[in-house]
Write a protein that binds this ligand. Structure first.
Ligand code: FES
Length: 165
């Protein structure tokens, strides 16, 4: 009787242990299936350190498959209400797709020129020539020190999103 009881208890504990391990493994598997892939997470946000940019030399970064222009303005470039001001520096941030038909303008001596139909945008991203109907668009961003996080909506973006380029 005592042997039977011990054996039954052992089997019961064994089944419980196997069930607990199986349940935990299932939960881990489900969480991995629900979580976005690392490539998806990485694609949502793009960090840009702006303190190292040279005035007048914009960079193009990729954010969610789109080009984004980030320009540290020179002292000679016009100021704009849509400038991001960090300390004494002014920056233009803009999605690098022409607002006419979506070509990618190229930086040529202080303006972005669109090769498709001759449109131009000044250093603030404002349309200044040709068919583009409006300025280059502002991507959502937040600012952490001197680091832009494209894809996150911060107070600096909220302040600039309705400003004129
Ligand atoms: Fe840029 Fe037409 S797409 S001017």
């Amino acid at each position: 009787m005592s042997n039977n009881t011990n054996r039954r208890d052992f089997l019961g504990f064994s089944f419980a242990a196997v069930a607990a391990v199986g349940g935990a493994a299932s939960l881990v598997g489900m969480k991995q299936a629900w979580d976005p892939l690392p490539s998806v997470l990485a694609g949502g946000f793009t960090d840009v350190e702006v303190s190292t940019l040279k005035p007048g030399n914009p960079i193009t970064v990729k954010w969610r498959g789109k080009p984004v222009f980030v320009l540290k303005k020179t002292a000679q470039m016009d100021k704009s209400d849509r400038d991001l001001v960090i300390g004494t520096d002014r920056f233009t941030i803009a999605i690098g797709l022409c607002t006419h038909l979506g070509c990618i303008p190229a930086w040529k001596t202080d303006v972005w020129k669109c090769a498709c139909h001759g449109g131009e945008f000044n250093a603030s991203g404002k349309e200044t020539f040709g068919p583009p109907p409006k300025p280059l668009e502002l991507p959502p961003f937040s600012l952490k020190g001197t680091k832009l996080v494209l894809g996150e909506t911060g107070p600096e973006y909220e302040k600039l999103k309705n400003a004129k380029a």
